[in-house]
Design a protein around this ligand. Structure first.
Ligand SMILES: [Zn+2]
Length: 429
């Protein structure tokens, strides 16, 4: 695409906002940002008066096809919810469900400004293809659990699938699809499986995506089982040698956080899921103060129950104030970085996450011409506290507009709804 956005408000990498400015996109990259009109001629010019351009949002921890389980088993405790409600339905999920549920997730993500997500689930090749064809970006992993406490890695078809996925899809679709490796969690795995996945991460340079210290009981039971915390166990198993994305991290100890900081690992905060499941409050500001790059995610829609990253930003911005009694604790600038640049870092993508010349054109536009967005005294605060997912009017990935004013350019909404109804009928019959 060759397009110039003019008269736009533009959120810059230093978190300043340019007003009545220009942003040019050529091919898949941003090639101009400035307050004066560029000399270069673009194929198309769009007037973006009253629109704010922000980096595309990165949903750094989710299970996309869980849209088919939206809200299932609400109001149960995590272990009861997972083992008695979620797992029995997940046993019935097919490869086709992954395409269908993943496509429904993309409809929702694109219309709320998300350009990239990190996913952990089953039949991941179907999601790779659906995302690749839809034009979005994703880091996709096969959730690996041990079938029994003494399952050996050599017998794990889940590990075989993970390797096949990596070899078949990593960096496919012009690098939009990346494949991570995944230990689902300490409490669903054993030493043999975790060690092998750690070795594979080293061998392939893959990112490890894992649930860590989500509930107090999970954290404490790991200490009883192994004499160390889940983070320390993963480190012992060799799972944290390279890049890693640790989802939740609510009950991390000071030693855990020091290890995460020293190894430059990412933690992903999932405030809605944590509040809904009563899991607790992650020490987000403490980690940010230590220099840990905390990303933001929605988790799956069974525990959220939507994929709206702007709602996630709002919650992340307010819940810690309430919990600590300190309204200065979370700053909009931190929240916005979590939802953009820190998420891109967690995905191992150095060419996106900020609006700057030379970066990939992954952009969301917010329509500011709304009653709840007037007056605007502080655009960063507006973005965290007032803007809603439904205010997104355009989402672009790698220079291509995938969503604009209710219309999808690559996804067939009616067909996806039809397929979703078919899947749901079979799953819940
Ligand atoms: Zn999760």
């Amino acid at each position: 695409m060759s397009v110039l956005f003019k008269n736009a408000s533009i959120l810059m990498p230093d978190m300043s906002v340019l007003e009545s400015a220009y942003l040019g996109v050529e091919g898949d990259k941003i090639d101009y940002i400035g307050e004066s009109e560029p000399e270069k001629k673009y194929a198309e010019t769009r007037d973006y008066k009253d629109k704010l351009l922000i980096p595309g949002l990165v949903n750094a921890h989710t299970h996309a096809a869980m849209t088919l389980l939206r809200g299932v088993g609400s109001d149960l405790k995590l272990q009861d919810w997972l083992f008695n409600k979620i797992f029995p339905i997940e046993d019935k999920l097919t490869a086709e469900d992954m395409r269908v549920g993943g496509s429904l997730a993309m409809l929702e993500m694109l219309r709320t400004g998300t350009t990239s997500f990190s996913d952990m689930y089953f039949f991941p090749h179907m999601l790779c293809e659906a995302v690749g064809e839809a034009g979005m970006k994703a880091n996709i992993s096969r959730a690996v659990v041990a079938a029994s406490p003494d399952e050996r890695w050599e017998d794990s078809f889940r590990i075989r699938e993970s390797v096949e996925l990596f070899d078949g899809y990593h960096n496919s679709y012009d690098g939009r699809i990346k494949v991570d490796l995944c230990v689902h969690a300490e409490y669903t795995n054993n030493d043999s499986i975790a060690r092998r996945l750690g070795e594979l991460c080293d061998e392939k340079g893959a990112i490890m995506h894992v649930h860590v210290s989500e509930t107090r009981s999970e954290h404490d039971e790991c200490i009883t089982r192994h004499g160390c915390t889940p983070t320390q166990w993963l480190d012992k198993m060799g799972c944290l040698n390279g890049k890693a994305l640790l989802a939740h991290g609510i009950w991390l100890s000071d030693e855990d956080m020091e290890l995460i900081r020293a190894k430059k690992l990412s933690v992903v905060h999932n405030p809605t899921s944590n509040m809904k499941l009563g899991s607790g409050f992650a020490p987000v500001q403490k980690m940010l103060d230590m220099g840990i790059r905390v990303g933001l995610g929605t988790d799956g829609t069974a525990s959220n129950n939507n994929l709206d990253m702007l709602e996630e930003m709002h919650l992340a911005a307010v819940i810690h104030n309430g919990y600590t009694g300190d309204p200065t604790i979370m700053k909009p600038v931190d929240i916005i970085r979590m939802a953009t640049a820190n998420g891109s870092y967690a995905q191992g993508r150095g060419d996106t996450g900020a609006l700057a010349v030379g970066m990939k054109a992954d952009i969301a536009a917010i329509d500011l011409d709304k009653p709840h967005l007037i007056p605007n005294f502080d655009t960063l605060a507006l973005l965290c506290y007032s803007v809603q997912g439904s205010d997104v009017c355009m989402t672009m990935v790698d220079g291509k507009i995938l969503y604009e004013n209710g219309e999808y350019k690559t996804l067939d909404k009616e067909k996806i709804y039809f397929d979703v109804r078919k899947s749901v009928e079979r799953l819940y019959r």
